[in-house]
Structure formats: structure tokens, C-alpha cells
Design a binder for this molecule. Structure first.
Ligand code: HEC
Ligand code: HEC
Ligand code: HEC
Ligand code: HEC
Ligand code: HEC
Length: 474
């Protein structure tokens, strides 16, 4: 026993190991205590305290026996050379000293295990935090994080959708996460990050942890406010009664009919899932119908030899942007005018705002400068009196436009307007019309309907004072 301690403290490697382990243990305990007292640092402190320090801790622990083994080997070699044989440790439990030493070792081991367990637990917690996923790697997740914090899911952790519960996906995600850390460190990641995410966990095991797929939503009234590109920025309202549906009794209906657990829709598409070739529908009674487009490429490969996939339709095939919601310029400017962020009385502000947003800029700062210049010079040239008298409103509008740019376009990640399509609807992107185009047909000639009333009643279409709204809000 004594020689073990001697071996541990006499050879430099073990000594180094002891020092590293002790130092990182003290630091981990201190940081845990600080956190316990309620101080929460930024993600870097988290990474340092619960990922880097434990690594040092373990390295130190490993160095100790390596040092001892090396020491032993040296001693054995010395013996072979005929030098004095090393004494083998005699463990005599009758000696009080030995008993105390064993006790000390056991206690130290227990303490080590506790520290390591606590650090591992914290490490996992740190890695699962929104701050770690969303901000630790700076520019990489900047677009996703920016879009996420102003979405309906801003309080839902990244891991709830991207990993979900259970050990197998946890391990899978840590493996791919390790690669992501390497890719980020050595700048090997693609820009923009490609979608769809091929190995995203099926929605059944993520979204459906919180959302009940058979919930009956029924019809949902949706009022969309647009503005015209005229001098008055005329307000136009579209009113839709969306047939979201769900399960009523035992019968699925409306838009959420697709996720009725009693039926199954699969589709074959190119890898972007933008171009859908075949749709196979299996109903509860076992009937199978297959809708195909003319000139669908053969099963094996896509148009330019690109591979294809069969996929079981789930929530994410419509709700592919439940939280990373990027707006198109028109949508975003309409919204800013609607909530009063951009002064609607500025002539042509919608048209000019969209024009300025669609220019190319190298960075957010350059965009803010360029947009302000464009807006100021438009009013300076066309409305000099207004430009002088309403300078504050014009500058505020330009500032808002810069903000819109910076929350939707990310030059550093090559994310531009429309880089990430949204599959709900059909106006900016194909969305529902990827299948509902009246061109996917069964052999009997049945098509997937594009009839406007299948999905919604259009109660008003870009009207200034829709009658239906007068009726609803007299
Ligand atoms: C409500 C569920 C949900 C949450 C919460 C969520 N994501 Fe996503 N995420 C998705 C879905 C769905 C996609 C799109 C998958 C597709 O198109 O294949 C996606 C896509 C992405 C992509 C691919 C690029 C893109 O913009 O589509 C990245 C990167 C990403 N998420 C990171 C994050 C980070 C970081 C967080 C936390 C800050 C987060 N996600 C939170 C559901 C979620
Ligand atoms: C951890 C729980 C949780 C998970 C996981 C989750 N959601 Fe949600 N989702 C919510 C909550 C809570 C709301 C309501 C937010 C509100 O009303 O402000 C919501 C709202 C929504 C809405 C309505 C948004 C709106 O504009 O009102 C949609 C659509 C949606 N979720 C789809 C999804 C999809 C698709 C997934 C899986 C990729 C998902 N959710 C995963 C909790 C979750
Ligand atoms: C066929 C496309 C499609 C599929 C598949 C789909 N949804 Fe939806 N969902 C919609 C549309 C369209 C709306 C209405 C959107 C709107 O209000 O702008 C909607 C609305 C919602 C809402 C808001 C409902 C409310 O109370 O107003 C939630 C939550 C939601 N979906 C969750 C889900 C979940 C979870 C799944 C998977 C089990 C799913 N959806 C599958 C198209 C789909
Ligand atoms: C992968 C292909 C596919 C996509 C994408 C798709 N659908 Fe469908 N949808 C179908 C098929 C197949 C049917 C059944 C054939 C039919 O009724 O025309 C159907 C039927 C429907 C129905 C009638 C349901 C009923 O009560 O019988 C509605 C409503 C509908 N879809 C809405 C939508 C909306 C809204 C979207 C986009 C958010 C969408 N679908 C996207 C394949 C698709
Ligand atoms: C397969 C289902 C489906 C069919 C068929 C369909 N729509 Fe839609 N449409 C939608 C959905 C879903 C939305 C809502 C998207 C959202 O929530 O923003 C929408 C939105 C709209 C909007 C509002 C767009 C906006 O934001 O201003 C208009 C206008 C519209 N549809 C017109 C039509 C017309 C005209 C037809 C017939 C040619 C049609 N739609 C057929 C599903 C459909």
C-alpha cells in the first residue's frame, strides 16, 4: 500500500495526473456551487465547466495508473538487470495504517465518482440547452436561432423536436453532434445548412409528445392583411375559412385528415421533397390508391440521376417551418405596416421597402446602411418636402426594414429570401400544390384535388372592406 502511494507520488506522470485531477475537481465543484447559488453564465462557461473540465479530470485520472505502470516496468527491467528486486506490496489488514489508507482510497474514489456523475449530468444538460444548440457555434445556427426565438415554439427546447425522448436517439444525436462540433471547429459545414433534414426523427415521436394528432380543430378563420404597392399603401384583406378538421367521431376530415392514424400516405420525391412523383394512399379498409404524374422518372433515380426517396407523410411534410419561420419580403413588410412599425402614410413605402430589401448585401450592417440610403434617397428625390418634414418617420421605417433583413436573410450562412421553402399553403411556394395539382392521377383518372373549396372557403380576396368582416365585427 505504501509503495502504491510512493509509486503514485514519486513518478512525475502520476504526480501530474493527480494535480490535474485535483485541480479540475476543485474547479468543477466551485462552478457547480456558483451555479447552485443561482448564477447562470453564458454557454461558454457551461462548455468550460461541464465539458472541458471533466475531460481534464478524466485525463488526470488515467495518467495516474499509467505513471504507476511505467514505474513498475522500470522497476522490473531494473530487476532483470540484476539490481535489487522491487518489494511487492504487502497488504496487511491487521495494520491500522493500511486500513486507514484503504478507507481513504475508497472515500476518494466515491468522491471522484460523484464529481464525475454530477459533471456528466450537467454536461448533458448544457448540451441539451437551447443556448448551446442555438448560440454556441455563432454564425452556424444564427438563422435558425433568430427565427426560432420569435416563433410560437420559442419556449420549446431544440432537443424536443430534434432529438425527442429515449436513449437510442440520444446516443444517435450525440454521435452526429460530435461530428457537428468538429465540422464547426474546422469550418467544414455546408452553407446554407441543407434541408430537408434527412434523419429528423419521425414527428410521431417528437411533435406528438405535445400535440395530439387526432385533436379536432375544425374550421379556422384566418384574416390575412396585405397592402398594395400604390402611393396610399392601400390595405387589402383576404379572409379564409381553413378546413383544418381533425378526427370527429371516428372519421378524419379536412386538412388534418392526412395524419389520421387509420390511414397512411407515402410519397416518392426527389431529395428536396419539392418535386413529388408518386403518392400512395392506404385507407383504413385496406384500399390502396396510387397517384402518379406523367413522365415520372423510374424508381431508381431522379431527373438528373439524383437519388429519390419514399417517405411516410407526417406533420413535418406540411409544417416544415413550425419554428424556423423565415418571411418573404412582402409578408414581412405587410406585417410591419400592419402593426405600425412602418408608417403607412409614407407614400409607396411598401413598394420601395420591398425593393430595398431585395438588393444583395454582404452583411447585416451593409444591408442596414444600404436600405437606409435607398429609402432616404427615394424620398429626397421624389418627395423633398416630406423628406424634410417627416425625417423621423422615414428613418424609423428604414430602421425597421433593416431589422426585417437581419432577421430573415443571413449572408454569412448564404441564407437568402426563400432559401428555406415553407410547405403550408401554396402562394409563395408550391406547398400543398406539390400533390394537389390535379395532375397526380390514379389509373382510373382520379386526381388529387386542386378545387379551392377542398381546403378553404375563400370568403374575401384582397378586398379593402370585406363584407364578411363587417358581418363578423359590426
Ligand atoms: C418545434 C420543433 C422545433 C424546434 C423547437 C427546433 N427545431 Fe430546428 N427544425 C425543425 C424542423 C421541423 C426543421 C425542418 C426539417 C426539414 O425541413 O427537414 C428544422 C430545421 C432545422 C435546421 C436546418 C436548417 C433550417 O433552417 O431548416 C437547423 C440547423 C435547426 N433546425 C436547428 C435548430 C436549433 C438550433 C433549435 C433551437 C434553438 C431548433 N432547431 C429548434 C423543428 C424544430
Ligand atoms: C415541447 C412541446 C412541443 C413540441 C415538441 C412541439 N410543439 Fe408545436 N406547439 C407547442 C405549444 C405550447 C404551442 C402553442 C404556442 C402558442 O400558442 O403560443 C405550439 C404550437 C404549434 C402550432 C401552431 C402555431 C401557431 O401559429 O399558432 C403548430 C402548427 C405546431 N405547434 C406544430 C408543431 C410541429 C410540426 C412540431 C414537431 C416538429 C411541434 N409543434 C412540436 C408545443 C410543442
Ligand atoms: C396536410 C398538411 C398538414 C399536416 C400533415 C399536418 N398539418 Fe397541422 N395544419 C395544417 C394547416 C394548413 C393548418 C392551418 C394553418 C394556419 O392556420 O395557418 C394546420 C394547423 C395546425 C395547428 C394549429 C391548430 C389550431 O388550433 O389552430 C397545429 C397545432 C397543428 N396543425 C399541428 C399538427 C401536427 C402535430 C401534425 C402531425 C400530427 C399536423 N399538424 C399535420 C396542415 C397540416
Ligand atoms: C404528399 C402529397 C400531399 C400533400 C403534400 C398534401 N396533400 Fe392533401 N391529400 C393528399 C391525398 C392523396 C389526398 C386524398 C385524395 C383526395 O381527396 O383528393 C388528400 C386530401 C386532402 C384533403 C381532403 C381530405 C378529406 O377530408 O377527404 C384536404 C382538405 C387536403 N388534402 C388538404 C391539404 C393541404 C392544406 C395541404 C398543404 C398544407 C395538403 N393537403 C398537402 C395528398 C397530399
Ligand atoms: C390543398 C389545399 C388547398 C387548395 C386546393 C387551395 N388552397 Fe389556397 N390555401 C391553402 C392553405 C393551407 C392556405 C393557408 C396558408 C397559411 O396558413 O398561410 C391557403 C391560402 C390561400 C390564400 C391566402 C394567401 C395569402 O396569404 O394571402 C389564397 C388567396 C388562396 N389560398 C387561394 C386559393 C385558390 C384561388 C385556390 C383554388 C385554385 C386555392 N387556394 C386552392 C390550401 C389550399
Amino acid at each position: 500500500m505504501r509503495s502504491f502511494l510512493v509509486a503514485m507520488t514519486r513518478n512525475p506522470l502520476s504526480l501530474l495526473g493527480t494535480a490535474i485531477t485535483t485541480a479540475s475537481a476543485v474547479l468543477i465543484v466551485a462552478l457547480l456551487a456558483i451555479e447552485y447559488l443561482g448564477f447562470h453564465g453564458n454557454p461558454y462557461v457551461g462548455i468550460l465547466s461541464f465539458l472541458v473540465l471533466p475531460a481534464f479530470f478524466v485525463v488526470g485520472l488515467v495518467l495516474i495508473p499509467i505513471g504507476i505502470l511505467r514505474e513498475r516496468r522500470r522497476a522490473r527491467l531494473a530487476e532483470e538487470r540484476g539490481e535489487a528486486p522491487p518489494e511487492f506490496p504487502v497488504i496487511d489488514l491487521n495494520l491500522g495504517r493500511t486500513r486507514r489508507l484503504i478507507l481513504v482510497l475508497l472515500v476518494l474514489t466515491a468522491v471522484n465518482v460523484v464529481i464525475l456523475a454530477a459533471a456528466t449530468y450537467k454536461g448533458v444538460e448544457v448540451m441539451d440547452s437551447t443556448e448551446f444548440c442555438g448560440t454556441a457555434c455563432h454564425s452556424v445556427m444564427h438563422p435558425e436561432y433568430t427565427a426560432y426565438v420569435r416563433s410560437p415554439h420559442a419556449r420549446v427546447k431544440c432537443v424536443s423536436c430534434h432529438i425527442g425522448p429515449g436513449a437510442d436517439w440520444f446516443v444517435k444525436s450525440k454521435l452526429s453532434g460530435a461530428w457537428q462540433v468538429i465540422a464547426t471547429t474546422f469550418d467544414l459545414y455546408p452553407r446554407p445548412i441543407p434541408v430537408p433534414i434527412r434523419n429528423l426523427r419521425p414527428a410521431r415521436e417528437t411533435c406528438e409528445q405535445c400535440h395530439w394528432p387526432t385533436k379536432f380543430v375544425g374550421d379556422r378563420l384566418k384574416v390575412v392583411t396585405h397592402f398594395d404597392n400604390d402611393a396610399e399603401n392601400t390595405e387589402l384583406k383576404t379572409v379564409l375559412l381553413l378546413r383544418v378538421g381533425g378526427i370527429q367521431g371516428r372519421v378524419g376530415q379536412g386538412i388534418h385528415w392526412h395524419v389520421d392514424p387509420n390511414l397512411r400516405i407515402r410519397y416518392r420525391s426527389d431529395l428536396t421533397r419539392e418535386k413529388i412523383y408518386d403518392v400512395e394512399m392506404t385507407l383504413a379498409d385496406g384500399t390502396v390508391k396510387t397517384y402518379t404524374i406523367e413522365d415520372a422518372p423510374p424508381e431508381e433515380e431522379g431527373e438528373d440521376g439524383t437519388p429519390m426517396e419514399w417517405r411516410l407523410m407526417d406533420c413535418v411534410d406540411c409544417h416544415n417551418r413550425p419554428t424556423h419561420i423565415y418571411n418573404m419580403p412582402g409578408e414581412a413588410v405587410d406585417e410591419a405596416i400592419r402593426i405600425g412599425g412602418i408608417d403607412r402614410s409614407l407614400p409607396y413605402i411598401r413598394r420601395e421597402g420591398i425593393r430595398a430589401l431585395k438588393e444583395e448585401y454582404e452583411s447585416h450592417d451593409e444591408a442596414r446602411r444600404g436600405i437606409t440610403e435607398a429609402i432616404l434617397s427615394f424620398y429626397g428625390d421624389s418627395y423633398p418636402d416630406l423628406a424634410a418634414g417627416n425625417r423621423a418617420e422615414i428613418e424609423e421605417a428604414a430602421r425597421r426594414l433593416g431589422e426585417i433583413y437581419a432577421t430573415n436573410v443571413f449572408p454569412a450562412m448564404r441564407v437568402g429570401w426563400g432559401t428555406y421553402p415553407d410547405h403550408i399553403g401554396h402562394v409563395e411556394f408550391e406547398g400543398c400544390f406539390r400533390c394537389h395539382d390535379d395532375e397526380h392521377a390514379t389509373e382510373a383518372g382520379e386526381t388529387i384535388s386542386q378545387d379551392c373549396d377542398t381546403c378553404h372557403s375563400l370568403l374575401a380576396m384582397e378586398e379593402e372592406d370585406p363584407e364578411i368582416l363587417e358581418q363578423l365585427q359590426p
